[in-house]
Design a protein around this ligand. Structure first.
Ligand code: PAF
Length: 282
């Protein structure tokens, strides 16, 4: 992969990377189109497909995470992607083991501030896995531009911080969330939502709409009050449980006491057994 990118660079082409875990949907394709726009017709777009074990906790859905490389490659071929980079676990983490004593892999990239809140509370080792694998992908693919989705707002903020702190020569682009017609943010995990759970999952969208509406009625509302209202709405669905809802400054992720226009709202909700996240600027 490095040899290929170096050749592309020698030939004067800009290189764009869209890191994914596969099982692609329209949201991923919008990132691919953004990458193409950024590097131009003569540029090269690489999509990485790798379900990264180090960002999943032992009880999470790593083994059942949906995978379909053949279908993904067909979709990407239609988009005119130049290369699909789909490494194996053994290539990414020598010895194939990531936590046990036998591992030959022992170097991680850790962002120490922004990773602690929200997703980091529920998933303490998650962002260490994300920053490590993204740093590895940057070193492997050597992109000029990398495109991430806004649905994972905290992830994108942490990656921007990592790029700045560690001087990666990569421009990070964060592209808008793509939604289903009923407002549910596209996610590979939506596949888990069967029957009425799919309908109940729209409660994340409805919770953000309710916060927008509340802010229209009064210009400033206490975060505590909005959190309580959000919890009530989420828990009106029989199979939905609020993991967290947070109101914060978008750059620093610092929580605010009073919510006004421009503050970002993020929430994680477990619907049935599926954990969904979403966020938006109010
Ligand atoms: O957002 C994702 O799909 C993953 O966290 C990423 C960035 C591909 C790293 O594994």
């Amino acid at each position: 992969m490095q040899r290929l990118t170096k050749k592309w660079h020698r030939d004067g082409a800009h290189v764009g990377l869209v890191p994914t875990m596969g099982y692609l949907h329209e949201g991923h394709l919008s990132l691919v189109r953004e990458a193409r726009k950024r590097v131009g017709k003569k540029g090269k777009v690489t999509v990485s497909i790798y379900v990264n074990p180090t960002q999943f906790a032992p009880a999470e859905d790593f083994s059942k995470y949906p995978r379909d490389l053949k279908r993904d490659c067909a979709m990407l071929r239609k988009e005119g992607v130049d290369v699909v980079f789909a490494p194996t676990d053994g290539e990414m983490y020598p010895a194939g083991s990531t936590g046990g004593e036998a591992t030959l892999f022992s170097t991680y990239v850790v962002e120490e501030k922004l990773s602690k809140a929200m997703e980091g509370v529920s998933r303490p080792a998650h962002f260490r896995g994300v920053t490590t694998v993204v740093a590895k992908l940057f070193n492997l693919v050597l992109p000029d531009v990398a495109v991430f989705g806004q649905k994972d707002f905290q992830q994108a903020t942490i990656i921007r911080r990592m790029v700045r702190d560690l001087n990666f020569p990569v421009r990070v682009i964060v592209a808008p969330t793509v939604r289903e017609a009923d407002g549910l943010a596209m996610s590979s995990r939506n596949k888990y939502l069967e029957g009425d759970l799919r309908r109940q999952a729209t409660v994340l969208r409805r919770a953000m709409d309710a916060a927008h509406a509340a802010l229209k009625r009064s210009k400033k509302i206490s975060a505590a009050r909005l959190k309580a209202d959000t919890r009530k709405l989420i828990e009106s669905e029989p199979d939905a449980r609020l993991d967290y809802v947070e109101f914060f400054e978008p750059e620093t992720l610092a929580p605010v006491a009073d919510v006004s226009t421009g503050v970002r709202m993020a929430l994680a909700v477990v619907v049935g057994k599926t954990r969904l996240i979403d966020n938006e600027t109010l």
